[in-house]
Design a protein around this ligand. Structure first.
Ligand code: COA
Length: 176
């Protein structure tokens, strides 16, 4: 159900049946619950731990929740402006419900985030994914991101041991 306390954002003519609003703490449980079924990949219980409640407490105003006409979660973007590098914006998580995919919803979420971050002075946007997440790599390429790394893993550039031993990550970066 919709969180009445979270500010509504402008509607988007590309998605007339969907509602866009800021994230709120009450969204945490249902966003985390969506990760398993939406990611459709092994190890998603571990992924959910990468999205703790603090993101909904401290990065709510740069994160977006999308709901359908029934108030059900249709998509989300969790992002923020870097505290340490104010010219950099960072997208931590994006997800679109399987039946809403390939309609441009993730593109819309990204473009709206780009615009807001550009307006607050950011000049670059970064993100990461794991080398096996080819879908995320294809999506980010389509969104104009360059893939970065210090080696090649599973055929893609990746930073070896980026998040600890064996935790390799593909970097994404794009000017704003
Ligand atoms: C990745 C994901 C967010 C894409 O959402 P989406 O709403 O279907 O994407 P869009 O329809 O906005 O597509 C935007 C662009 O990415 C491309 N794209 C999207 N999904 C793609 C896929 N599976 N394979 C190849 N390209 C893809 C589209 O072709 C499109 O390019 P275009 O605009 O130049 O035609 C969605 O598949 C998802 O939620 N996956 C599970 C979660 C995940 O892996 N998140 C990313 C890592 S955090």
């Amino acid at each position: 159900m919709s969180d009445a306390s979270a500010p509504r954002l402008d509607a988007d003519p590309r998605h007339p049946t969907l509602t866009f609003r800021r994230a709120a703490v009450d969204d945490h449980a249902r966003v985390v619950a969506a990760i398993g079924p939406w990611w459709e990949r092994p190890g998603t219980d571990r992924l959910a731990l990468l999205l703790p409640r603090l993101f909904f407490q401290h990065f709510a105003d740069t994160s977006t929740i999308v709901e359908d006409e029934r108030g059900e979660l249709a998509g989300f973007l969790i992002g923020f402006r870097s505290q340490s590098q104010p010219e950099v914006a960072y997208i931590h998580f994006v997800g679109v419900r399987p039946d809403q995919r390939r309609t441009g919803l993730a593109r819309t979420l990204y473009e709206r985030f780009f615009e807001a971050m550009r307006a607050s002075g950011c000049r670059r946007v970064d993100a990461i994914t794991g080398p096996p997440n080819v879908r995320s790599q294809d999506f980010h390429r389509a969104m104009g991101f360059e893939l970065t790394g210090d080696t090649i893993i599973d055929g893609v550039p990746a930073w070896r041991d980026y998040d600890g031993p064996g935790e390799h990550r593909v970097g994404f970066t794009r000017p704003l």
